[in-house]
Design a protein around this ligand. Structure first.
Ligand code: SAH
Length: 467
């Protein structure tokens, strides 16, 4: 390699990396360049060079890709939450579909995976029903809320306190979050300013308000607000409640959660209601869910509904089947399956999620669902070997690292008629499908679903059958 740091070079961008950077080659040497998209011809400055690849900074676009679009959010570059906002939505979808296909070919060893076209959103903005905004100070020392820049704890301010000097028009509304968030944050910051309530400073572990969590119901329009504080009590909280409820924007629950630890974990272990309910309510399909500030809940309700519909369709239930829903969270898929199955067993490692799952089952009158706390790879062998429970259909929805090898083994020996694999990481999906297909399963269909427009994430649901 003849290049050295600070050299200016011209490169054609060909692909996108997992963090959304453009990838190009200079004489066979791979470079990653932020803020570029496939098709761009870019002049870049080489920054950090490793043996087989390097990083470069974009200096100018010499020829813009046909898929390039303008950022719609002024904070998109520094914020890092929307890694693909400068790529047309059509091109984002094509890239995600190709990611899934190429992982299945490269890692899974499938020659021609039975892919269905990716399910995208009609309106790929303002889809997130949940946001957690860090609260702090901008460069001028004004109270502000925003997001942390990518891989850092430097806050990119979006909304600032109303101090008589800042114009409301300077506030930025996150394009993938709900529009109402800006109004709520503005009100909280104005209240903080008025009652001299400080924002948390990570370096010194001083100050009170750390984060604001806001959740919105998709079908119900209910809103839940929770302040995460570095204190045991929140002063002037009644005034805050009056101010927020006066907005008449659907708030049904206002609470605070105490987190006095030096930690990156956002929420504390518990929460206290200031006004309203302990939870907000939303629906997925026919089922209702009560969601507390601490509960896990899918963040893109519209696409979740489509994903679950597909999962249930692939499960092909007739009412006679015993079904395992593994990695079940708060039981959202379990309840969708229960409408059409004889019996559903949900397994999940987080005890609080199982508590929510049981409440949700009761709330919806589902009597044919039982939930177990524990690792899927431990609970399933027990249910199968000790209690003799065999499932005709197994649904798995593991975290990014995929299924544990021993769970795959149990599924292979149990030989369910169908496995529905829901995955948030195509590479571990491909790895696990290979193991299952080396032992007698076949992949019947692969359906990518875009749960997270503007980001590099892609969800996939697959059907496997046993011959
Ligand atoms: N199916 C749910 C949640 C999927 S997220 C939904 O659609 O909402 C993955 C879930 O797997 C998380 O709730 C996580 O807590 C859980 N989990 C992680 N490791 C696990 C394990 N080894 N066994 C069981 N559950 C696990």
């Amino acid at each position: 390699m003849n290049w050295k740091k600070n050299d200016l070079v011209t490169v054609r961008i060909e692909d996108i990396g997992i963090n959304g950077e453009g990838i190009g080659k200079i004489d066979g040497f791979t470079v990653f360049v932020r803020d570029t998209v496939p098709g761009d011809l870019a002049e870049v400055r080489l920054m950090k060079l490793k043996k087989h690849y390097g990083y470069a900074r974009l200096m100018q676009i010499l020829e813009a890709s046909a898929s390039r679009v303008s950022f719609v959010c002024p904070a998109a570059g520094p914020c890092g939450g929307c890694q693909l906002q400068h790529l047309s939505y059509e091109a984002q979808l094509a890239w995600k579909e190709q990611q899934v296909r190429s992982d299945l070919i490269r890692i899974g060893g499938f020659e021609n995976p039975p892919m269905l076209p990716i399910v995208g959103m009609d309106e790929p903005f303002h889809y997130r029903n949940k946001a957690q905004f860090p609260v702090g100070y901008d460069r001028e020392g004004r109270l502000a809320a925003g997001f942390f820049a990518a891989h850092s704890h430097r806050m990119i301010p979006l909304v600032k306190a109303d101090d008589g000097e800042t114009e409301a028009s300077e506030d930025i509304t996150c394009r993938i979050g709900k529009e109402v968030n800006t109004l709520i944050l503005k009100t909280i910051l104005t209240w903080m300013q008025k009652y001299r309530i400080s924002a948390y400073r990570e370096e010194t572990h001083e100050g009170i308000v750390r984060h604001v969590l806001i959740r919105c119901g998709y079908h119900t329009d209910e809103v839940l607000v929770c302040l995460v504080i570095n204190a045991g009590k929140l002063p002037h909280s009644e005034v805050l409640a009056d101010m927020l409820y006066d907005l008449k924007c659907g708030i049904v629950s206002l609470s605070f959660s105490c987190n006095t630890k030096r930690t990156n974990v956002i929420l504390g272990d518990n929460y206290h209601v200031i006004r309203g309910e302990k939870y907000m309510t939303d629906r997925i399909g026919r089922n209702q869910f009560q969601i507390s500030p601490l509960s896990f809940y899918q963040v893109n309700p519209q696409q979740t509904e489509r994903l679950y519909q597909k999962a249930v369709e692939l499960a092909q239930l007739t009412g006679k089947e015993t079904v395992f829903d593994l990695y079940c969270g708060i039981g959202t898929i379990s309840l969708a399956l229960a409408e059409k199955a004889k019996q559903v067993y949900g397994v999940e490692i987080v005890p609080q999620a199982i508590e929510d799952a049981r409440n949700n089952a009761a709330l919806n009158g589902a009597e044919n669902v039982s939930f177990y706390v524990g690792k899927a790879e431990e609970v399933v062998p027990q249910l199968y070997r000790t209690s003799g429970i065999r499932a005709e259909v197994v649904v798995v929805d593991p975290p990014r690292k995929g299924c544990d090898a021993s769970l795959l083994e149990t599924m292979i020996s149990m030989q369910p008629d169908r496995i529905v694999y829901v995955s948030c990481n195509p590479s571990t999906l491909a790895r696990d499908l290979k193991v299952l297909c080396d032992s007698g399963f076949q992949v019947e269909s692969v359906q990518p679903v875009d749960q997270f427009p503007m980001t590099t994430h892609v969800e996939t649901v697959c059907l496997l059958t046993h011959s």
